[in-house]
Design a protein. Structure first.
Length: 469
């Protein structure tokens, strides 16, 4: 009876499991080839080595909308590096920071008000999750003293990053091309990658929701991320459940959305799977109407498609490992020449097509510095990594030894090292001394033998004389 009962229980469990799977299917995205991406501009970069594997109009100047705020946040973290402020620094919203923000610019549902005090960290959450334009100006004044000075620094930082098709005119991206505010897909990738190097930035943009604590002006503010790949709460609340296709994507780890009438729907995103990070940029996407009367926001749908294509075709490889010897180079000349070990300045993950997963990585070392005195970690040149003759990464080549310390050791050794001529003289003297010693010993042996011979003759003569008597 107990056996039958257990069998029935097993059948019931199986049926229940099948029902659950049918009712709640697991989210899976089919891999599709990237013949064309439905956007004005798009790119896919795999790994951390700028390996571009898909591009569409990536250098065309376009309005970046709120993707601008990645640069705003990046400069805050640069200021933290410089000791100007910290994530816990409290900032007060000034009249000048919020007075000129247009009424239709993005902001918190419960807007920041003049005189309100919040920490830098909470302003950053307002900027990156809810795209708050007030918060952009508030942190700008704190970092640079004025909004215009901060915008100037945004443009200077863009130039430092290698952005050649970017110019900013405000801190939030509310303005566009007509106001001389523009960027391109490649430049926005460079900005996104630089910002993601900060762990705190990456933590903020990966959050589906956050609660800004109560301030001197208002109660706590629960907020959700405007990135539909992370959270659909705000979308469903604003438009109604089911109006837009669900875009939740478990591999997404950020970064920033943007949208204006001029820019269309924009998205800078990062996703990770199996140790591989993929960066994507979408500019100028639109919504489409589906056959079932639902809508799809293409900035998110196409990002998922680009990510899945990348994960299906590429696999991560470690292009460089920090502190691993890749070769040696000579510094200085003549008696000051010294050989040092060299290697990459940091660990970098790149990617290769899956068919080359087990291929050998070959390195090309280029020396650009020849000064004799370099410390450990100083740049000495550039190293490039190749798989199947394809460049997969490039970074700084640094000294793994201190040439200064090696030179000092060499100098100490030289104090006790005789010149080659002196050694030859010593060898000749020693040889002469040994020769003389051998000659003297030879002469003594001859004299001793002669004395022995004379004594022997004398003894023989004495014996002969005795016998005659």
């Amino acid at each position: 009876m107990s056996k039958i009962s257990k069998a029935k229980q097993l059948i019931i469990l199986i049926v229940a499991a099948l029902f659950f799977c049918a009712a709640f299917p697991a989210r899976a995205y089919a891999y599709e080839d990237l013949a064309e991406v439905d956007a004005k501009a798009a790119l896919v970069v795999v790994g951390d080595s700028d390996k571009l594997v898909y591009e569409k109009n990536i250098n065309e100047k376009m309005a970046p909308a709120s993707l601008t705020k990645m640069m705003t946040a990046l400069l805050v973290f640069r200021a933290i590096d410089d000791g100007k402020l910290s994530l816990d620094t409290e900032l007060t919203a000034s009249h000048s920071a919020i007075a000129d923000i247009p009424w239709d610019a993005s902001r918190l549902d419960n807007p920041i008000s003049e005189g309100e005090v919040m920490t830098v960290k909470n302003y950053l959450y307002a900027i990156m999750l809810r795209s708050d334009a007030f918060a952009c100006n508030i942190v700008a004044e704190a970092v640079s003293g004025s909004i215009q000075a901060f915008v100037d620094e945004m443009n200077a930082e863009a130039e430092r990053l290698g952005c050649t098709n970017t110019h900013f005119a405000d801190t939030s991206g509310y303005v566009g091309l007509s106001d001389n505010h523009y960027s391109c897909a490649w430049d926005l990738y460079l900005i996104a990658r630089a910002a993601m190097e900060y762990d705190e930035f990456a933590e903020i943009v990966s959050q589906a929701s956050y609660t800004i604590p109560a301030t001197n002006k208002t109660l706590e503010r629960p907020i959700t991320n405007s990135n539909w790949l992370l959270d659909m709460t705000y979308v469903n609340k604003r438009y109604g459940v089911g109006v837009y296709k669900d875009m939740i994507y478990s591999k997404c780890i950020g970064i920033k959305t943007g949208m204006t009438d001029e820019a269309g729907n924009c998205l800078a995103a990062a996703a990770e799977d199996g140790g591989l990070r993929v960066y994507t940029i979408i500019l100028g996407a639109q919504d489409i109407k589906n056959a079932d009367e639902t809508n799809t926001r293409q900035s998110f749908a196409e990002t998922i498609r680009m990510d899945e294509w990348a994960f299906a075709n590429y696999i991560p490889v470690t292009a460089f490992k920090e502190n691993i010897i890749l070769g040696s180079m000579t510094l200085g000349e003549g008696k000051n020449a010294i050989t040092v070990n060299v290697g990459a300045d940091k660990t970098i993950t790149s990617a290769v097509e899956k068919e080359y997963a087990n291929s050998e990585i070959k390195y090309k070392l280029e020396q650009t510095v020849s000064e004799a005195v370099l410390e450990k970690g100083d740049e000495i040149g550039e190293v490039s990594a190749f798989v199947n003759d394809e460049l997969i990464g490039k970074t700084k080549l640094v000294c793994l030894d201190s040439s200064k310390a090696l030179l000092e050791t060499k100098a100490e050794e030289n104090k006790f090292r005789m010149p080659p001529g002196a050694i030859a003289v010593i060898v000749i003297i020693v040889a002469a001394f040994i020769t003389i010693k051998l000659y003297i010993a030879h002469v003594r042996r001859k004299k001793l033998a002669a004395r022995r011979a004379r004594r022997k003759r004398m003894l023989e003569e004495q014996r002969k004389g005795s016998s005659r008597r």
